[in-house]
Ligand binder design. Structure first.
Ligand code: WTA
Length: 663
């Protein structure tokens, strides 16, 4: 971080620099941002990495309520893999998100639920939320859920999903939310891995005017799953659903029996708050584990500083609660600060592509957070949908999930932000718990496509991938790592600490390894380029190529499959699968379609391959390893620069592969 962007000469640059919009720094127009100059940011950042005990000790006391104070702010190291924060401290995440606001301000709206149909709006106050969460906590306790028991949540985007997370937090039962787009088999794997006792779900979901058979998927998942004693079912649509007597319970019947106050469990700062399964480059999905104090502080601090949250703001994050963005920026971050959070059940294009903009105007949203894939899709549908809506309430608009291309950034800035909002391109991961590289609205001039500078407590480095040496200075490209622990980082992989160490802490000893490649430009700005491992990112959904390959080879005709990420203008990346058939299996008509369905069935619709190629062989080394690099180049039309193919067992297959892909 050498240059001060306020003083950078923008005229001779390739990358345009957008200064902080003057409106944000004008007290007559906007509340003054918490950090309102680059120098102030630099001073605070320096303190946060040089004196983390002081910086985060103060922040943890400012933003969180502790039932027992902590004494030790920071403990452990990347070398030992024993990172812990606020050791002796005790606090309850649900108390911090609900009670303390309900006691002071019971009539403040905590959740605005905008249903699938635009006229379906429900507001829930902090006072009501406390009662609902307490009741559900009592229901769970009555069914034998105790502190430390894992609870699986498979729910549509309804307030009861938030109530479920918070009720688990209240009684100290770590929740494991499984994105409702996952198939029965993926759900089962996750429920089994976490030995969940209870699954909380709904009869059906509603999305884009259609019903989704949520409970049926749960039933399929639980066919071979012994740990689950009860399924609690919220009635969302009232359709007929299958029922297993003795196991299934109606939410409304159980809630009617429950007392409406439940004392929050005393939790140590390092007690687990939740698991969230995510894809890695190898093997089965891993249950990334977050603990209470550090995670909650990260979520709250980033909402405060990165979204510049001020009292009475209306905060809207469009992510699904099944992903980490929903956890941190629909639930824990905004509610810890006592904000009003918007929960959106529908899609950006239902009933029309004006839905987001109508939502912003209707609820006077001040912070709006979505993904590049949605921005690109809406941009493509034309400006007429965004024009004519009153978006003047907005101050900060954010992007997350994948690199945002400058064209999409410009459109978001001009058409949605009207050039008068801060655009924050926020980089982070399930494992980081909260945003780690990002602009701050009042302090950092932005460059479209760059996530700019590190958040407080984050000391990023770029490493040479081969030697692991730090790349010094600016104008360098390498793999992105972090030099010292921060409060909201994941602590382990559930039941598999060695996997945690192997994935994140051992590849480059002494650092946390993100798995992403990045550059630091001549002004010190960070540009995250994308994964350097076998993880692909489709519309911000994180998938591992090996998971998709495993789903394909389960088909009786498939011998071998190689999956790679291709470039896609809309979804960022898309899935291309190269499949060889078993000997004596004919290329039956419709086989590609069948294979595609197989992937949908085993993982979920969002993992559907864009193209499946039936090929006679894969490009392999003499030792039989598939060279995915070559397939990637062919798919992305870079086959004129295949590089050295002499290590291939049979280089003559290349032309046939090119013909297969490009015709
Ligand atoms: C990618 C989502 C560039 C990155 C919060 C990371 C990004 C992965 C950005 C994590 C961004 C996320 N710019 N790339 N602003 N945000 N990514 O765990 O590759 O679902 O490693 O967490 O998304 O995805 P995850």
């Amino acid at each position: 971080m050498s240059a001060n962007p306020d003083q950078v000469d923008t005229t001779s640059r390739v990358d345009p620099i957008h200064p902080v919009p003057s409106r944000l720094l004008d007290p007559a127009q906007c509340p003054t941002p918490y950090v309102s100059s680059f120098d102030q940011y630099k001073t605070m950042w320096k303190e946060s990495v040089e004196q983390p005990e002081k910086f985060f000790g103060n922040l943890a006391n400012e933003l969180l309520t502790w039932s027992k104070p902590f004494e030790t702010v920071r403990h452990g190291s990347f070398q030992e893999g024993d990172v812990a924060w606020f050791l002796e401290g005790e606090l309850n995440a649900c108390y911090n998100c609900v009670d303390r606001h309900a006691l002071k301000n019971p009539n403040k709206v905590a959740i605005i639920h905008e249903g699938d149909e635009p006229d379906y709006v429900k507001k829930i106050t902090y006072g009501e939320l406390l009662q609902e969460v307490s009741k559900l906590a009592n229901v769970l306790k009555a069914r034998g859920v105790k502190k430390g028991d894992n609870v699986a949540i498979y729910m549509p985007m309804i307030p009861e999903a938030i109530v479920s997370l918070l009720a688990c937090a209240r009684i100290g039962a770590p929740h494991s939310v499984i994105f409702a787009g996952f198939s029965a088999e993926s759900l089962r794997d996750r429920v089994v891995d976490a030995s969940a006792k209870i699954v909380i779900t709904a009869d059906e979901g509603r999305r884009g005017g259609k019903n989704i058979a949520t409970k049926r998927i749960v039933d399929d998942a639980l066919k071979a799953c012994d740990s689950v004693s009860n399924v609690l079912v919220y009635q969302r649509t009232g359709s007929e659903i299958p029922w297993t007597e003795g196991r299934d319970l109606w939410w409304h019947e159980e809630m009617a029996k429950a007392r409406s106050y439940c004392a929050p469990e005393r939790m140590n700062s390092e007690d687990p708050l939740f698991l969230l399964y995510t894809s890695g480059s190898t093997g089965t999905p891993k249950g990334v584990l977050h603990t209470t104090g550090g995670y909650l502080l990260g979520a709250a601090a980033t909402v405060k500083y990165i979204f510049d949250y001020q009292e009475n703001d209306i905060f809207a994050c469009m992510a699904d609660i099944g992903w980490v963005t929903g956890h941190s920026y629909i639930v824990y971050g905004p509610l810890t600060l006592g904000a009003t959070t918007v929960l959106f059940e529908s899609t950006p294009t239902y009933p029309t592509p004006a839905r987001f903009w109508e939502l912003i105007a209707k609820h006077k949203i001040t912070q709006f957070y979505t993904a590049p894939t949605a921005i690109r899709a809406l941009r493509r549908l034309g400006d007429q949908w965004v024009e004519g809506h009153d978006l003047s309430s907005l101050r900060v608009i954010g992007s997350v999930g994948e690199p945002i291309n400058p064209e999409a950034w410009d459109w978001y800035n001009e058409k949605v932000g009207k050039g008068r909002c801060a655009v924050v391109d926020t980089y982070w991961q399930t494992e980081t718990g909260s945003i780690i590289i990002t602009p701050l609205p009042g302090a950092i001039a932005t460059k479209p496509g760059s996530a700019t500078f590190p958040f407080f407590g984050i000391d990023p480095v770029l490493l040479d991938p081969a030697s692991g040496k730090e790349l010094e200075g600016n104008g360098v490209t390498g793999v992105l790592a972090v030099r010292q622990p921060w409060p909201s980082m994941a602590r382990t992989v559930y039941n598999n600490h060695s996997r945690f160490l192997d994935t994140y802490l051992k590849p480059y000893p002494g650092y946390y390894f993100t798995g992403d490649g990045a550059s630091r430009d001549i002004d010190g700005y960070y540009w995250v380029r994308g994964r350097v491992d076998d993880v692909i990112n489709v519309s911000g959904h994180r998938l591992s190529t090996s998971e998709i390959e495993s789903a394909l080879v389960l088909h009786h005709s498939v011998a071998e499959a190689a999956v790679i990420g291709g470039h896609d203008d809309l979804t960022g990346q898309c899935i291309h699968a190269f499949v060889t058939l078993k000997p004596n299996v004919e290329e039956a008509e419709g086989l590609e379609k069948e294979l595609s369905l197989q992937v949908r069935k085993i993982i979920g619709p969002f993992a559907t391959p864009k193209r499946i190629y039936l090929v006679s062989d894969h490009p392999k080394t003499r030792s039989g390893k598939i060279m995915r690099r070559i397939l990637r180049k062919i798919v992305n039309a870079e086959h004129h620069e295949l590089g050295d193919t002499s290590t291939l067992a049979d280089p003559s297959i290349i032309p046939s592969l090119i013909t297969k892909v490009h015709g």
